[in-house]
Every structure is written in structure tokens, then in C-alpha cells.
Design a protein around this ligand. Structure first.
Ligand SMILES: [Zn+2]
Length: 339
């Protein structure tokens, strides 16, 4: 049975204003025009010759930014799991506050507590990593409370918020995870909304994974997709066995669409390289699902994982069903203790 190793379930009040301004600004500049128009189904933006950007007023969209992603009672998340035939999910809670120098209305302690509440509410289906920004004075305490009292499977560091995982400030948090035998998940690859891509580079996992050799680390987003840093992960994990990856957010450029034939063969080719180097026991399927998403990409993605051996065979690759089972769910069960 499938497990989505990377989903989100936000309340709107946990997004600080800076985070929402960053979203609004991307909208105002038509960032990623193909994805930004017509609900992601394509379109091209032609800027007027006589006007420099931004071409739309960020203030206009700001008040409703993030509203569609809000899923206060987990309703969207659960109907997504049902619609895709996914048994369980791992929700990555996020500590946004320090990235923007301003706290959200809904503080991080509450964010993690809510993770525990959702875990109880959706027993057997919902598991979570606590969000902790290691720059907080009480970061280790936040991590320990979430693990011990709320049932977190470990902690998640959103490196794109401006804190690289090899910053010594992170080490007390890793210490907590080591003593509870819990997993450390770190966002890698792109800078996320308007965050920082440098601290999110996969190289920053090298030192902590070596210093904490008994801790399972996860490079969330596997270095940022087909066009990301997966080559660097190969180099790094050649001598570091305790880094797994989730391939969330990889789905978007892969299905065929109106603009190109898609990249399924290329993806299978890369997945083959990853499983040969990292081993299939270190790769997890995931999406980065959050409320408000249209289901097409995710449906296509899960169909691919469900039929992996047959889909890979089309291109001449042998993937065993046991490998597909590991990547499609059993690795997440082990790494995040979802059973
Ligand atoms: Zn995510």
C-alpha cells in the first residue's frame, strides 16, 4: 500500500506576512508563466513593451494569499489520500517564523501540537515531522516536546528559511533525535517560495550525517527534482549511508502536457541511477501535497508508482515489485515509523 512521504496540512494563520508577501510577489511578476496562468495548465505571459515589472499589484492578492492552501481540519488532505488510494501520509510541519523576522499568528509550538492532534484524529493514517527552526533559543526543547508529547516521528528543518543543516545551531536538535532514535528531515533543492536556495543545497547534509552516523537523515525533495541536485546526492552518499531521499515535487515536469511530451523516460532513467547508487531502501515517493491543489499531477504520479515495474519495462528497465513496494510506501513506514 502506498504512503505519501511528504505532505502538508496548514492553518492559514501559521503563514507569517512575509511568507505571504513572497507568494504575492511571485504572482505579481508572473514567475513561472507556464505554471502561473490558467490554474497551471499553461499560457504565456507577454509583458507590455513600455512597462517594467511587476505587472500586477501584489497588494491586491495579498489578503487572500495562502487561503486556498489552508486545511484546518485536514479535510482536503484526507480526501486527497482517499482519491489517490493512499493508505498513510507523513506531514511535514513547518516553523516559518524566523525566516521573515516575524512570528506568525499561530506559533510553532501550536503547529506541532496540532500535528499531534491530527495524528490522534486520523489514527493510522497521519504521521508527522515537527517543524523546528534551530535558531530558536528553545529549539531542542521544541523538538523534544513534539517527539515525546505529541508523537512526532522526528523533526523537519526547512533549510530554505535560511538555516543550513550543517550550522552548529542544529546539533542540539540532532542530539534529541539521536537519543529518541528519530528521523531528521531537511528540505533540499530550490529555495521554496522566496526563501534561500544556498542553505538548502544538499552538500550541507554531509557534515551532520557524518557527525550523527546513527541518525537517519532524509533529503526532502531529493535535491529539487530532475533539474536539481540529485547528482550531488550521488557523490555525497557514496560514503554516507544514512541519507535517504523523498522525491516530492518531482512530479510536475514529468507527465506529458500541451507543451512537451513529458519526461517519463528520463525520470525512469534517473530513478534507475538513484536506486543503483543509494539503494531502493533509501528512496521514498511523495508529493508535497497541500490543500487547494488540482489533482491531475498527483494522480499521474501515483499511477506511475503503482505500476512502476510495467512502466519501467516499456523503456527497458527492470524494477522488481519488491523495489516498487519499498519506494512506494515501505521505506516511509520504516523511516517515519508509520507501521
Ligand atoms: Zn514540503
Amino acid at each position: 500500500m502506498l504512503v505519501d512521504a511528504h505532505v502538508h496540512c496548514f492553518v492559514w494563520e501559521e503563514f507569517p506576512a512575509g511568507e505571504r508577501w513572497a507568494f504575492a510577489n511571485n504572482w505579481a511578476w508572473y514567475r513561472g508563466s507556464l505554471a502561473n496562468l490558467s490554474g497551471g495548465r499553461g499560457g504565456i505571459f507577454v509583458p507590455p513593451l513600455d512597462q517594467k515589472g511587476p505587472w500586477r499589484d501584489a497588494a491586491k492578492v495579498f489578503p487572500r494569499t495562502g487561503k486556498a492552501n489552508s486545511d484546518p481540519d485536514g479535510k482536503f488532505l484526507m480526501s486527497y489520500l482517499d482519491a489517490m488510494g493512499i493508505e498513510k501520509c507523513v506531514c511535514l510541519m513547518v516553523d516559518w517564523g524566523l525566516a521573515w523576522g516575524e512570528e506568525a499568528e499561530f506559533p510553532v509550538g501550536e503547529v506541532n501540537k496540532r500535528g499531534g492532534e491530527l495524528k490522534k484524529k486520523f489514527e493510522g493514517r497521519f504521521y508527522f515531522q515537527a517543524g523546528v527552526d534551530p535558531r530558536r533559543r528553545n529549539a531542542a526543547e521544541l523538538a523534544e516536546t513534539a517527539i515525546r508529547d505529541y508523537g512526532a516521528s522526528g523533526i523537519k528543518i526547512l533549510a530554505a528559511n535560511g538555516i543550513a543543516p550543517d550550522d552548529p545551531l542544529c546539533f542540539p536538535v540532532y542530539d534529541v533525535c539521536r537519543s529518541y532514535n528519530k528521523t531528521v528531515t531537511v528540505h533540499t533543492g530550490s529555495g521554496d517560495v522566496a526563501g534561500f536556495s544556498y542553505p538548502a543545497h544538499v552538500w550541507h547534509l554531509e557534515q551532520p550525517a557524518k557527525m550523527f552516523p546513527s541518525v537517519q537523515f532524509v533529503a526532502a525533495h531529493g535535491g529539487g527534482g530532475l533539474d536539481g541536485e540529485w547528482h550531488d546526492i550521488l557523490q555525497m552518499t557514496l560514503t554516507i549511508p544514512n541519507i535517504a531521499v523523498d522525491l516530492s515535487e518531482w512530479q510536475y515536469p514529468i507527465p506529458p502536457n500541451d507543451w512537451d511530451p513529458g519526461r517519463e523516460q528520463e525520470f525512469i532513467h534517473v530513478l534507475n541511477i538513484l536506486r543503483k547508487n543509494l539503494g531502493p531502501h533509501n528512496i521514498m515517493a511523495g508529493t508535497d501535497f497541500m490543500g487547494g491543489e488540482s489533482p491531475e499531477y498527483n494522480r499521474w504520479w501515483w499511477d506511475l508508482w503503482r505500476d512502476l515495474p510495467a512502466r519501467a519495462k516499456k523503456f527497458g528497465y527492470l524494477f522488481l515489485q519488491e523495489e516498487a513496494d519499498l519506494m512506494g510506501g515501505d521505506n516511509a513506514r520504516r523511516i517515519y515509523e508509520t507501521g
